[in-house]
Design a protein around this ligand. Structure first.
Ligand code: DHB
Ligand code: FE
Length: 280
């Protein structure tokens, strides 16, 4: 049977991808950001999973206002990095896992999560920046990836509760896949940030810290946080954090915290990062 072995969360700031691609990771502004992922890079490279279910949001790259799926599952054999206006990132093509994706589609839809199935999908910084943070700059990514794109760009996004429930359904789906695969679930985006408007630059470290603590210890309470609280307390883009609840739901009851990192600033964003594993 397939097993979920660990989960992680991380911000996905596009400027982090630029720092990697332009060789600026050792510059004084960026060095502390990448240092916070050093533990994770060692951990991840020592034992990469067979597959990562990578929860992210598309930022009007593959989708636009003509078409906004709430939850879109990447079922293709591969996913190209997309052109976000300055050319595609020079990172490897992302290899998918069509067999597990088809199984997830069947299990989740029969479990009453009405996903959009993507047989072609180009992936933006929401997915590729976490890959760079965790795996650095290899010739080929060491793991296969099933993208799960969540709408947090156009109101109304899904509730935190819906996201937590979807994560729990992903755990059931993975557990019923007959092949012995190791699977990680990653939740990306956040933490507090607002990149436009009068409150651009808003950061709320106290709220972010409480969110990380709650996500670990009491995800059902965190799942009750209404959209308006994310917007008020963490800025308009802080709503990306609902995606972390999908990761948390997939890890089950209690979890062990392996690594935590928090740093301000990276561009307009508070960078937050957790590595968790299901408690033994
Ligand atoms: C920034 C952060 C994001 O999460 C994003 O998707 C785009 C930009 C930023 O801080 O610049
Ligand atoms: Fe984002």
């Amino acid at each position: 049977m397939a097993r979920i072995t660990a989960g992680l969360t991380t911000s996905h700031v596009p400027a982090i991808g630029m720092a990697v691609d332009l060789g600026k990771t050792e510059e004084p502004y960026w060095q502390p950001v990448f240092a916070g992922y050093e533990w994770t890079r060692q951990w991840a490279q020592a034992d990469p999973p067979d597959v990562v279910v990578l929860v992210y949001n598309d930022h009007a790259s593959a989708f636009d206002l003509r078409m906004i799926p709430t939850f879109a599952l990447g079922c293709a054999a591969s996913f190209d990095p997309c052109d976000e206006g300055y050319g595609p990132r020079p990172v490897p093509v992302v290899e998918g896992h069509p067999e597990l994706a088809a199984h997830l589609a069947q299990s989740l839809i029969l479990d009453e999560f009405d996903l959009t199935l993507m047989n072609e999908l180009d992936v933006d910084h929401g997915l590729t920046v976490p890959m760079s943070l965790v795996y650095g700059s290899p010739e080929a990514w060491p793991t296969k990836v099933i993208p799960l794109a969540v709408n947090v760009v156009q109101y109304p996004p899904p509730t935190g509760h819906r996201c937590l429930s979807l994560g729990r359904a992903i755990a059931r789906a993975v557990a019923s896949f007959p092949e012995a695969l190791s699977v990680q679930v990653w939740g990306t985006g956040g933490m507090s940030h607002q990149i436009q408007g009068a409150r651009a630059g808003l950061i709320n470290p106290e709220w972010d810290a409480a969110f990380m603590d709650g996500l670990i210890a009491d995800p059902d309470a965190v799942a009750k946080i209404p959209h308006i609280e994310y917007l008020r307390e963490t800025g308009s883009e802080g709503i990306e954090m609902v995606m972390w609840l999908i990761m948390r739901g997939a890890l089950g009851g209690s979890v062990e915290e392996l690594h935590r990192f928090y740093h301000v600033p990276a561009s307009n964003t508070a960078v937050g990062h957790l590595v968790l594993q299901p408690a033994p």
